[in-house]
Design a protein around this ligand. Sequence first.
Ligand code: AMP
Length: 299
Amino acid sequence: MSVLIVGSTALDSIRTPKAQNPRLLGGSASHAAVAASFFAPVKLVGIVGEDFPRNYITLYKKHKIDLEGLQIAPGKTFHWSGEYEVNMNNRRTLETELGVFETFTPRLPQSYRQSHFVLLANIAPSLQHHVLDQMSRPKLVVADTMDLWLNIALPDLLKLLRRVDGFVLNESEAQQLTQEHNLVKAARKIHKLGPKYVIVKKGEHGAILSANGKLFVAPAFPLECVIDPTGAGDSFVGGMMGYLSTAKGSIESNLRRSMIYGSVVASFCCEGFGLNATTKVTKQKIQKRVSELEKLVRF
Ligand code: AMP
């Protein structure tokens, strides 16, 4: 089973207190696609400009990511720059240049339309809708978002929530969306907006799943050294969807374990700038960290 992923395909310029790296391969879809590729074939939907480095295309291909749905358009690739504070949790967006994203209309190749697993990674909710409009009923649709869309596209996002099975968002976004500080109550309110599965990401403190009236807490893998957490959330949900698409049994029986795999892939993401560390991961390294995480939570 392959995973269809739509989201931003970007060049990221990232500054941390220790280093800065310009024009790295980034974007929600890039991080999620590479993360999912360790488990399943991935079909990518996105757009880049003519300035997009060839070696980044090679990198997608190295991960066997299907690029038939990646448009290369005249103009500049979406560029995002951000800066981290010393604690490596607080991040400030310095600049967002939309470039070719300004006029982007996702077009799904015929071979993409029957995909059973769909990840609507962070991108404008109107574009997430547009992708769903072109699909036959998938088995699982999960959407991610960011605070920007809560601020400027809330009606579109609320409409989208009625069309998805799962919704992944971070703690502050859950609080903003529901006007509820308590995450258990916030998750309950989000279920009422549509999604059956609600996953609230809490960065280095892991993630909480709410499904069928039950909660599950997935820890983050404790790291001694965080180099750059950009894309960790996208890697988490990408790894999760990749795992789910190949796991035997029902979605519900695999959700918890999929979050552990997502946490582990996200931990690798944090150990290098952009996708530098994630792209060096192997299935064996993932499995080893999953076993370590299992030991860490056993009591
Ligand atoms: P995360 O660290 O998981 O929140 O994701 C960071 C990624 O989000 C970066 O690679 C950025 O390129 C991407 N990103 C930043 N702003 C936007 C935006 N407005 N729309 C889509 N993607 C974005």
